[in-house]
Design a protein around this ligand. Structure first.
Ligand code: NAI
Ligand code: MG
Length: 357
């Protein structure tokens, strides 16, 4: 069977790591015993495209994406005064998530073999989390505006939207995730002491849904205190559910605590499977290292493995993760993980492992 993958490399290291992921996925599909292959179609919806032609995604971009089995995304954003970051994010990644109903963003974090946490006293067994990020509403609803712009009275609003339907579906996904994991533990993150409407509804729906899952151990954390707990007591956490903004921030922290932002994957899922889901490392386009060939491709490989899993190829997904873990265990790592290898060397090593696992 052939899986049709829409590939959107985007900007900066998004291009390098998407290329690395495609190499590894081709290798995976040509391994002995494989019953599938990938057909990639690349879309150049980059900031360069925007600067040259005035658009990231054409008007029928979402319709084009709907024809694929999955979407693989690199990163978008480029330091150019003519493309502010809010334009690039709102022209590409945020509309894709919203229009394809990818209302869940799953962000696992673990310490991979051969890598270490910057936390002292944090063996790999002490940090194994899945952050479930609400991906369709909340603080990134895009509602608000600015009045009296460019005057001393400039006033802006940034309105968060929380709905019963939106909260309930993310909570249910989070409880199901917690249920599928050995520790059966779910921590809900909120800021309902200071934000008294949306966050209060968020809490309320959490406790409503919790009644359907008596076997899950639950607790509630204010987001500020949560950062402290992640650093000082990582072992006390397992599955975490948080809003669009809170989980965005906490997952970068989680990635850093597990070794590097360069290893962390994410899955933007439409759990109803009516639309294709999208897989991308959580990092951005890293302009500081772009074009140098040194980006860590591990987050891209892990995201690719999650894509393969979502497509139903569990065994192949496990094989890919095993290959990645063998490579990190052998010390073949990029600089952000304390190694001295470049993107292509790590990619070649994973491809070589795929021949043997
Ligand atoms: P970033 O994640 O691009 O970089 C932060 C730091 O981590 C940099 O020092 C970078 O070199 C390092 N880093 C990131 N990925 C790495 C990797 N794979 N290997 C080694 N080092 C890595 O975040 P930043 O600098 O805040 O944003 C840069 C641009 O990316 C901005 O335009 C931003 O809007 C955009 N962005 C896009 C995202 C997306 O497309 N989903 C997500 C986050 C940021
Ligand atoms: Mg982020």
């Amino acid at each position: 069977r052939i899986y049709r993958i829409a590939s959107i490399p985007g900007d900066g290291i998004g291009v390098d790591i998407t290329n690395a992921a495609e190499q590894v996925l081709h290798k995976l599909s040509s391994a002995s015993g494989s019953t599938f292959e990938f057909a990639f179609h690349t879309f150049d919806w980059s900031s360069r495209n925007y600067l040259e032609r005035g658009w990231y995604m054409p008007p029928d971009g979402i319709e084009q994406l709907k024809r694929f089995d999955a979407i693989y995304f690199g990163a978008v954003g480029w330091p150019d005064p003519d493309v502010p970051d809010h334009i690039s994010l709102w022209s590409l990644i945020l509309p894709i998530r919203k229009h394809l109903s990818q209302y869940v963003n799953v962000r696992p974090t673990r310490i991979l073999p051969g890598t270490t946490s910057p936390l002292s006293n944090c063996p790999p067994s002490s940090l194994d989390w899945v952050i479930i990020r609400e991906n369709s509403e909340g603080e990134y609803s895009g509602q608000g505006g600015i009045s009296h712009e460019d005057t001393p009275y400039a006033t802006a609003t940034e309105v968060s939207i929380f709905t019963q339907v939106g909260i309930e579906r993310i909570m249910r996904f989070a409880f199901e995730t917690a249920k599928s994991r050995p520790r059966k533990k779910l921590t809900m993150v909120t800021k309902s002491n200071a934000q008294r409407h949306g966050m209060v509804l968020w809490d309320k729906v959490f406790y409503q849904v919790a009644e359907e899952y008596p076997e899950i151990e639950i607790d509630k954390m204010l987001v500020d205190a949560m950062t402290v707990r992640m650093v000082l007591n990582p072992k006390s956490l397992d599955t975490i559910v948080a809003t669009n903004l809170h989980a965005d921030i906490l997952s970068d922290l989680a990635a850093a605590l597990s070794g590097s932002i360069g290893i962390a994957p994410s899955s933007n899922l439409d759990p109803t499977r009516q639309n294709p889901s999208m897989f991308e490392p959580i990092h951005g386009s890293a302009p500081d290292i772009a074009g140098k060939g040194v980006a860590n491709p591990v987050g891209a490989f892990w995201s690719a493995a999650e894509m393969v899993r979502w497509l139903g190829e569990e065994k192949a997904a496990d094989g890919l993760m095993k290959a990645v873990e063998n490579v990190t265990a052998n010390g073949i790592k990029t600089k952000d993980l304390g190694g001295d290898r470049n993107t292509q060397e790590v990619t070649d090593a994973v491809c070589a492992e795929l021949e043997s696992v």
